[in-house]
Each structure stands twice: as structure tokens, then as C-alpha cells.
Ligand binder design. Structure first.
Ligand SMILES: Cc1cc2nc3c(=O)[nH]c(=O)nc-3n(C[C@H](O)[C@H](O)[C@H](O)COP(=O)(O)OP(=O)(O)OC[C@H]3O[C@@H](n4cnc5c(N)ncnc54)[C@H](O)[C@@H]3O)c2cc1C
Length: 383
């Protein structure tokens, strides 16, 4: 067992940290208030190789690997969660296209994701009636000659307003549950594919989250990813990797919160002493760092297994569950350490709490992670 990072992983971590501290941290509060999707920042991140970290160089990716991706996501998440979730979904979409797209689709889209010509990618699975249960989706795709005709709608789609390319799920056979779901690639502005309003969210407000209306959207047959009926599998494979990204980001948000609170505690004087000298505060700080470190190691283990080509579904769900639940608890305690100052917008703690909240919801709620973990342990027949 070797807990040391390679020289390359350390370089990626330092590069991401340097960029995040210089370019993201100073802007994060403004991004939150203005809800401005940070387009120039995303372009700069693409130039640093942060948008195609799991993609081979021949398609313009940086081939950094899952461990480096996790390390980078933590650094970006620590500085600006809105930017981190955009990076996470974009990397996930690039990987889906690389794994399941045909060569034409790979060449058409992946280089544009990696070099920032596309302002991100979007992953359009959720519908009004199909959140935790994608099998109940209503969107449909029907083959008509050499084209698929898509109809339906999506909600809560991260980056949809700006993304250059979308992975979209629809039913090609409505009678066979998850086996009737297929995945398609749709380019920005494609006729019949209309991005609607952006949700006014509690946190991660610089990341847009949109509805999509799909009306007689005609796609060439080659837009199908994988085979007909493979869509559910594609979504699950993508989400396994995606959960490592969200877990890594959550660790970053938690660290940002508790590091800020620890510094604050050294300088805030009450009863004639820094509050850092009170055991109640010390224990909140000690527990928070300990739990975040445990979560970070579990997420990195999932990344390690993935990088070694081993089965990592269980560890990815465990990592996401532990990291996101821990980070929320840590943000809550960190805010408590600031007292009333934690509750006002002059300090970043209330933003960290708001930004962290959604991490236990998207890419599978904590309840769904527990179902996945239980299924991996007990077997499909029990869950
Ligand atoms: C900011 C944001 C960004 C998002 N981005 C995307 C995106 O880019 N692409 C995309 O496709 N989706 C996206 N989503 C959607 C997200 O993945 C869903 O919100 C999530 O999967 C939960 O679905 P739901 O909201 O419909 O909740 P529901 O599925 O209705 O769940 C409601 C509650 O019931 C619980 N529950 C449901 N089923 C079970 C069960 N079997 N056992 C126990 N408890 C259960 C849930 O855990 C939850 O607590 C995003 C959501 C948000 C808020």
C-alpha cells in the first residue's frame, strides 16, 4: 500500500491549486451573487487540460487519470463549487462520448470540449417524473428511416444554457423498463431541442441548471451512443465516475469551510482568549479534519480502483456518500465556529453551506448511494 502521490499527480494538484487560488477564489462570491456562468475561466481551465482529464491526447485530452482528476476537483471545489460542478459534468460528458460514441462523434466533439471551444457539456437524464428512478422517464426516441425523432423534456440539467453538446436519454422501447432506454448525442442549438429557464437555486448559483424541451428533434442514426437499449448502462457507468468527481468536490468545499473557521478561531477573542483555546471549538475542528481526511481517502481509493481498471461501483458510491454527508456536517460546524458572522454574507461560510447542500442530492441522492452499496454487498435480488 502506497499513500504517496506520484510526481505527476503532485504537479496536477499544485497546478489546480494555484489556478483555483488565483483565478477562482477571489471571484467565487461575485459568481454566487451575479449567477454569472464563468465563461472566460472555463476557457482558461480547458487550456490547462482540466476539461478532458480522462481523455487520451489524440482527442485533445490531458490523460491525467482519475486520481489526478479527483485531486484537481478537490482544489477547484475548494475555491468555487459552481465552477467545480461545471468541470465535473464536462469531464463526464467527454468520457461518455469517448467510451460509447463512434469515431465520428469522438472527433466532432471531444477536441472542442477539451480545448474550451465548447463551454462545457451537459448530461440530460433527469425528468419531472424521473429523478432517482430513470426508468420512469417519458422522453421517447423513434427510428424513422435513417433518423431518430426525439420528443420529451428534461429538468435540472447542469450547464444546459451554455453547453456545446448534450448526452440525452430517451426510451426507444417503453415496455422493457431500463432495457428500453437509449442515449443520444445532441449538438447545441439543434432544431427541436430548446433549452428553457435556469433554476433560481440555493447554492452553486454560478452553475446554470435548466429545463429542456424536446419537440420532434430529428437526429441522424449515428447520434446513438452504444447500442439501442444500452442507455441505462451508459448512465450508470458515467455516474460511477461522476460520483468520484462530486465526492472530491465536496471534500474541497468542506476543507474550505473548516480551514477558514480554524483561522477565524485563532483570532476571535471571547472571554479574554482566542476561541481556538476552548475545547468545544478544538473538537469541532479536530473532528472535521479527521472526517474529511477519511472521506478523501475513500474517494481516492475509488479513483485508484477505477484507474487500475477494477470494479469500483461500491467504492464510488461509498466515497460520494461519505464525502458529501461529511462535508455538509463540516460546513455546518464551521459556520457555528464563526457564530453570527457565519450567518452573514460578508463571510464565505453561508455560501459554503449553500454550495455544499446539493452534493447529497445530484448524481444520486444519499439514499440512492446506500441502495447501490447495499446491492453491491447483498446482491441484486435483495435490493
Ligand atoms: C443543482 C442540480 C443540478 C442537477 N444536475 C443534473 C444534471 O446535470 N443532469 C441530470 O440528469 N440531472 C441533474 N440533476 C437532477 C438530480 O440528479 C436529481 O434531482 C436527483 O437524482 C434526485 O431526483 P429528484 O430530485 O427527482 O428526487 P426524487 O427522486 O423525487 O427523490 C425525492 C426523495 O426521495 C428519496 N428516494 C427516492 N427513491 C427512493 C428509494 N427507492 N428509497 C429511498 N429513498 C428514495 C430521495 O433520496 C429523495 O430524498 C440536478 C439536480 C440539481 C438540484
Amino acid at each position: 500500500m502506497d499513500f504517496c502521490l506520484t510526481e505527476e499527480q503532485k504537479m496536477v494538484q499544485e497546478m489546480a491549486r494555484g489556478f483555483a487560488e488565483k483565478e477562482l477564489k477571489p471571484r467565487a462570491a461575485e459568481i454566487d451573487v451575479t449567477r454569472l456562468y464563468p465563461l472566460p475561466v472555463l476557457k482558461a481551465m480547458a487550456e490547462l487540460g482540466l476539461m478532458g482529464m480522462l481523455i487520451p491526447a489524440e482527442y485533445g485530452g490531458s490523460e491525467a487519470g482519475m486520481l489526478s482528476y479527483s485531486l484537481a476537483m478537490t482544489e477547484i471545489g475548494k475555491a468555487c463549487a459552481s465552477t467545480a460542478v461545471t468541470m465535473s459534468v464536462t469531464n463526464m460528458v467527454a468520457e461518455v462520448i469517448h467510451t460509447f460514441g463512434n469515431e465520428e462523434a469522438r472527433r466532432a466533439h471531444i477536441p472542442k470540449i477539451c480545448d474550451g471551444r465548447y463551454a462545457g457539456g451537459a448530461f440530460a437524464l433527469t425528468e419531472a417524473t424521473a429523478g432517482s428512478d430513470p426508468a420512469s422517464m417519458k422522453s421517447s426516441a423513434k427510428l424513422d428511416g435513417d433518423q431518430y425523432i426525439l420528443n420529451g423534456s428534461k429538468i435540472f440539467i447542469t450547464s444546459a444554457e451554455h453547453a456545446g453538446v448534450f448526452v440525452v436519454w430517451a426510451k426507444t422501447d417503453k415496455d422493457v423498463g431500463t432495457k428500453g432506454i437509449s442515449a443520444f448525442l445532441v449538438g447545441k442549438g439543434h432544431p427541436g431541442f430548446v433549452v428553457g429557464r435556469s433554476e433560481d437555486k440555493m447554492g452553486q448559483r454560478g452553475s446554470c441548471t435548466n429545463e429542456i424541451v424536446i419537440e420532434n428533434c430529428r437526429l441522424p442514426r449515428g447520434s446513438l451512443l452504444g447500442q439501442e437499449g444500452e442507455g441505462f448502462k451508459i448512465a450508470m457507468v458515467a455516474l460511477d465516475g461522476g460520483r468520484i468527481g462530486i465526492g472530491s468536490m465536496a471534500v474541497g468545499i468542506g476543507l474550505a469551510a473548516i480551514e477558514y473557521a480554524a483561522e477565524y478561531a485563532k483570532n476571535r477573542i471571547q472571554f479574554g482568549k482566542p476561541i481556538a483555546s476552548f475545547q468545544a471549538i478544538q473538537w469541532m475542528i479536530a473532528d472535521s479534519f479527521t472526517e474529511l481526511e477519511a472521506a478523501r481517502l475513500l474517494v481516492l481509493r475509488a479513483a485508484y480502483l477505477r484507474e487500475k481498471g477494477q470494479h469500483f461501483t461500491r467504492e464510488a458510491s461509498m466515497g460520494k456518500l461519505l464525502a458529501t454527508e461529511t462535508a455538509n456536517r463540516v460546513c455546518y460546524k464551521a459556520l457555528q465556529i464563526l457564530g453570527g458572522y457565519g450567518y452573514v454574507k460578508d463571510y464565505p461560510l453561508e455560501r459554503y453551506c449553500r454550495d455544499c447542500r446539493v452534493t447529497t442530492i445530484y448524481e444520486g441522492t444519499s439514499e440512492i448511494q446506500r441502495m447501490v452499496i447495499a446491492r453491491e454487498i447483498l446482491g441484486q435480488e435483495f435490493v
